[in-house]
Design a protein around this ligand. Structure first.
Ligand SMILES: NC(=O)c1ccc[n+]([C@@H]2O[C@H](COP(=O)([O-])OP(=O)(O)OC[C@H]3O[C@@H](n4cnc5c(N)ncnc54)[C@H](OP(=O)(O)O)[C@@H]3O)[C@@H](O)[C@H]2O)c1
Length: 250
């Protein structure tokens, strides 16, 4: 019994004094992951484009700090990450819902799906270099679209998502022993849905709720728990964690 209690309290502090940098940590899955990591003792840095929001959240939740950067700008990513002596865990969650059909949308817009994901991650990894702790980790995000595309203009986003999973596997070998994994969430109830769909958000969620195996979309805390698991489990490496309530099955 006393062993059990010790284990539980060790788990509660398992990120004690670890610096966790969450790019895209100012909203949704990233913000919940930031709060959960902080509750496990981490020194959390959140990064988003909006400096005021990042500063307010840092104050509110007692994070170690914040940076403002647009991940599609190489120079802004480099500037945001240049002054940390060590980063134990890097989490790359920033991204928008890039939706447009290949024959209709502007190529510059579609390119954003890769700029926000692959090229932002490449820049972050290059910028941190050896300052990424050897017993630390990198976590990317993909999404159920990588496995279950649809015909509604998400082909490029699906490709960028699948690319993150492949990138993580290659990088896990290239920068070993740093662990590199990808979280693949299904539909999660975050501000992204309203940002993308506006007034259409509720109808979209309702239609998903009707078809998903669990009859609901996921919560931010459920998705963020997956991020924390990938960070904290020292044997997770080169993996994609599917956290989608079975969405890939239907
Ligand atoms: N929600 C879902 O159903 C779902 C499913 C699969 C995958 N995902 C992926 O999971 C990630 C997080 O999604 P979420 O639902 O938590 O979204 P969210 O609530 O909109 O949060 C997105 C975060 O990324 C930041 N961000 C977006 N574009 C950025 C840019 N160009 N540069 C810097 N920061 C940027 C946002 O901050 P600012 O707005 O202040 O810049 C915010 O902190 C996204 O990559 C998304 O594609 C989400």
């Amino acid at each position: 019994m006393s062993n059990q209690i010790q284990n539980t309290s060790a788990q509660q502090r398992e990120l004690a004094d670890k610096r966790v940098v969450i790019v895209g940590g100012t909203s949704g899955i990233g913000l919940s992951a930031a709060i959960q990591a902080k509750n496990k003792g981490a020194n959390v840095i959140i990064i988003g484009r909006n400096a005021d929001v990042a500063a307010q959240l840092t104050e509110k939740y007692g994070f170690e700090g914040w940076r403002a950067a647009d991940v599609t700008s190489e120079i802004e990513v480099e500037t945001a990450l240049r002054d940390f002596p060590v980063v134990d865990h890097l989490v790359m969650l920033a991204g928008s819902f890039v939706a447009g059909k290949v024959r209709e949308a502007e190529v510059g817009y579609l390119r954003r799906a890769f700029d926000e994901r692959i090229w932002a991650a490449v820049t972050a990894i290059r910028t941190l270099g050896d300052r990424l702790s050897k017993d630390g980790s990198v976590t990317f995000v993909s999404g159920v679209l990588a496995d279950r595309p649809n015909a509604y203009g998400t082909a490029v986003l699906a490709a960028a998502s699948a690319a993150m999973e492949a990138f993580a596997r290659g990088l896990a070998l290239e920068i070993a022993p740093v662990r590199v994994n990808t979280l693949s969430p299904g539909p999660i109830d975050t501000p992204l849905l309203s940002k993308t769909l506006g007034d259409g958000r509720d109808a979209f969620v309702e239609s998903l709720n009707a078809t998903l195996p669990l009859k609901r979309i996921g919560t931010v805390d459920e998705a963020a728990a997956g991020v924390v698991f990938l960070i904290t489990n020292g044997f997770m490496n080169g993996a994609t964690l599917h956290l989608d309530g079975g969405a890939a099955l239907v």
